[in-house]
Design a protein around this ligand. Structure first.
Ligand SMILES: Nc1ncnc2c1ncn2[C@@H]1O[C@H](COP(=O)(O)OP(=O)(O)OP(=O)(O)O)[C@@H](O)[C@H]1O
Ligand SMILES: [Mg+2]
Length: 221
């Protein structure tokens, strides 16, 4: 589904590349975990794969098309439709309810959100187990519920691939485990998941684990 070839990303001329001639292939329906020490380039890789940033060189093929050189509007559209991204922080808007946060990707200026979109948002909130919390604001939700709301918002437009950068990083282990359980369920439903994690136990619960070191995929021990 996704193939990265010879990816290079440098943030400065004087430092080593954050991602250094990296090759990677992600199959459709896979649940891939990426581990590695702080600074090894995991987030940079995830941001390139999810088309948040462009590499200096190399390519990422999504369904056979190089998304790195695609125009910005195509990349934006990809992130809004096929790709979903979640982070350690949930980035929910505090003054909106859970349902309104999930509706954000559909908001377009002051145009009212249609009933079809409302139904889609309710369905995905139900999918993450939060239908009873749709009126709650983020401050009234637990950390795990906040992260599940953020996942719902990321998926509401029907993404096929979820990129998650330490989605359990700011949660206690039991709450993190519940988010991990949700990601596994979503993967079982057909969602391709690429997750960066420091948690080895959670990594082992995914389908495949790759370790990064110095901007490259480390050879398996
Ligand atoms: N926006 C940036 N500007 C300059 N340098 C950056 C930037 N983002 C990352 N770096 C550098 O690139 C390297 C890789 O960073 P990256 O964030 O990809 O690592 P990481 O593996 O995600 O680390 P962590 O586990 O701490 O999140 C580091 O040396 C980092 O300092
Ligand atoms: Mg990181």
């Amino acid at each position: 589904m996704l193939t990265a070839r010879r990816l290079v990303k440098r943030y400065s001329e004087t430092e080593k590349p954050a991602v250094d001639h990296l090759d990677l292939h992600v199959d459709e329906g896979e649940f891939l975990s990426i581990t590695g020490r702080s600074g090894s380039g995991k987030s940079t890789l995830l941001h390139i794969l999810s088309s948040l940033i462009r590499p200096d060189s190399g390519e990422v093929l999504f369904r056979g098309r190089n998304i790195c050189t695609a125009p910005e509007n195509i990349r934006n559209r990809l992130r809004g439709s096929e790709f979903a991204v979640v982070f350690q922080q949930h980035y929910l808007l505090p003054y909106l309810s859970a349902l309104e946060n999930v509706l954000l990707p559909f908001m377009d200026g002051f145009a009212p959100v249609g009933e079809r979109h409302r139904e889609a948002a309710r369905a995905v909130l139900r999918r993450v187990g939060l239908e009873h919390k749709e009126r709650s604001r983020p401050g009234e939700l637990s950390g795990g519920e906040q992260q599940r709301t953020a996942i719902a918002r990321a998926l509401v437009r029907g993404a096929r691939v979820l990129f998650a950068d330490e989605p359990t990083g700011s949660l206690d282990s039991a709450t993190g485990a519940s988010v991990m359980h949700l990601l596994r369920e979503l993967n079982a439903d057909g969602l391709t998941v690429v997750m960066v994690t420091h948690n080895e136990e959670f990594a082992r619960l995914s389908g495949r684990v790759l370790a990064m070191a110095d901007g490259r995929i480390a050879q398996p021990a």
